[in-house]
Design a protein around this ligand. Structure first.
Ligand SMILES: CC(C)(COP(=O)(O)OP(=O)(O)OC[C@H]1O[C@@H](n2cnc3c(N)ncnc32)[C@H](O)[C@@H]1OP(=O)(O)O)[C@@H](O)C(=O)NCCC(=O)NCCS
Length: 330
């Protein structure tokens, strides 16, 4: 539609903890090996928060970087949306901690819970406010510290996760070939138990017993998640190309949720995407949940792998079950 306003990304930022946990570090505490983890997942190392470091601290660093990249001040923002499932506290929202830390005053700030799809859900939600003209400058964050809820005695799940944060600034554009041109979201609550943290909510409020039973840790049905992930990533890629009339040659980069290299390769090979059009940094960060896509996007921009004029598809899925994708013209 000529003249229609879209949301476009004007700034990128990310942050990761200093502390590196390699597969060899995990070998010392678990019955596992660097070879098994690297071969089955593509992960070599991940970043893990230190004592006292929180999700909102990483989110704040990512947010400041995104604001600097967009060349705007915190007091110019109209809204903050933060995708996370590992907030500093059950409430208030981590977005409110970020708002305070960056010095934004009175603007709305809320968290959005869609696990690994959290950033794409957040981008989609925030884009609506920009497209309708309600808000002009919106900060969208994806931030998680799943190491805080990972069971480091469960080799089937804890090896996957790393901590991090990524953020973008959205602003309106009327340029016809620019911005967030397509978004898609979905959920299937019947798959809630594929990946979940059972304790600490109203179903199993925290007691000594829930802690003894380790209900405050991530429980995952790895193989079921794997099948769901391949199917959904394929479906999302197809949707993001088809709805925009794009073929593989028209797409400059797919930036998928950094979930598992085998899942990423299976899904993208369905459309014969060459791997140089698929951005991967899982080897260094693991699965950082909602942070994974914005962290990878920021890295891809900084490396010059994508830039102004690039057509990028982002695809994510996670606990819920949830899934979401977007086609973005940078
Ligand atoms: C978790 C995952 C890596 C496991 O890989 P897999 O190839 O499916 O492995 P399986 O679970 O079938 O286990 C195969 C064997 O390896 C063992 N194993 C599991 N984790 C291991 C580890 N870290 N190190 C060594 N061996 C391990 C299992 O015990 C099993 O042994 P057995 O055959 O003697 O019973 C894989 O299923 C996966 O990535 N799933 C998706 C999970 C995910 O991405 N979750 C987040 C979604 S947002």
């Amino acid at each position: 539609m000529p003249g229609a306003v879209r949301a476009t990304i004007t700034g990128f930022g990310s942050a990761a903890p200093e502390r590196v946990m390699t597969n060899h570090d995990l070998e010392k505490i678990l019955d596992t090996s660097d070879e098994w983890i690297a071969k089955r997942t593509g992960i070599k190392e991940r970043r893990i928060v230190s004592d006292g470091e929180t999700t909102s601290m990483l989110a704040t660093r990512a947010a400041k970087n995104a604001l600097a990249s967009a060349k705007i001040q915190a007091d110019e923002l109209d809204l903050i949306v933060c995708g996370t499932v590992s907030p500093d506290m059950p409430f208030p929202a981590s977005a409110c901690f970020v708002q305070d830390a960056i010095g934004a005053k009175n603007i709305p700030a809320f968290d959005l819970s869609a696990a690994c799809s959290g950033f794409v859900y957040g981008l989609t939600t925030a884009s609506q406010f920009v497209e309708t003209g309600k808000y002009e400058k919106v900060l969208v964050i994806g931030a998680d510290c799943l190491s805080r809820v990972a069971d480091f005695t469960d080799r089937g799940s804890c090896i996957l996760f790393g901590d991090g944060a990524g953020a973008v600034v959205l602003e309106p554009t009327s340029e016809p070939d620019k911005g967030v041109v397509h978004t898609v979201m979905g959920a299937d609550g019947s798959g809630w138990d594929f990946i979940h943290v059972p304790g600490g909510g109203t179903r199993h409020p925290t007691t000594h017993e829930t802690v003894d039973e380790k209900l405050h840790y991530v429980k995952m049905r790895g193989r079921d998640v794997y099948k769901f992930a391949v199917d959904k990533m394929q479906w999302l890629l197809g949707d993001c190309m088809e709805k925009c009339g794009l073929g593989v040659d028209d797409v400059d980069m797919v930036i998928p949720h950094q979930v598992n290299i085998r899942i990423i390769e299976s899904a993208t090979s369905k459309y014969n995407f060459p791997m140089d059009k698929v951005y991967v940094n899982i080897d260094r960060y693991g699965n950082t949940s909602a942070a994974s896509i914005p962290l990878a996007m920021d890295e891809a921009v900084k490396k010059g792998a994508v830039g102004p004029g690039s057509t990028v598809i982002i695809v994510a899925f996670g606990a819920g079950l949830t899934w979401a994708g977007a086609t973005i013209k940078l």
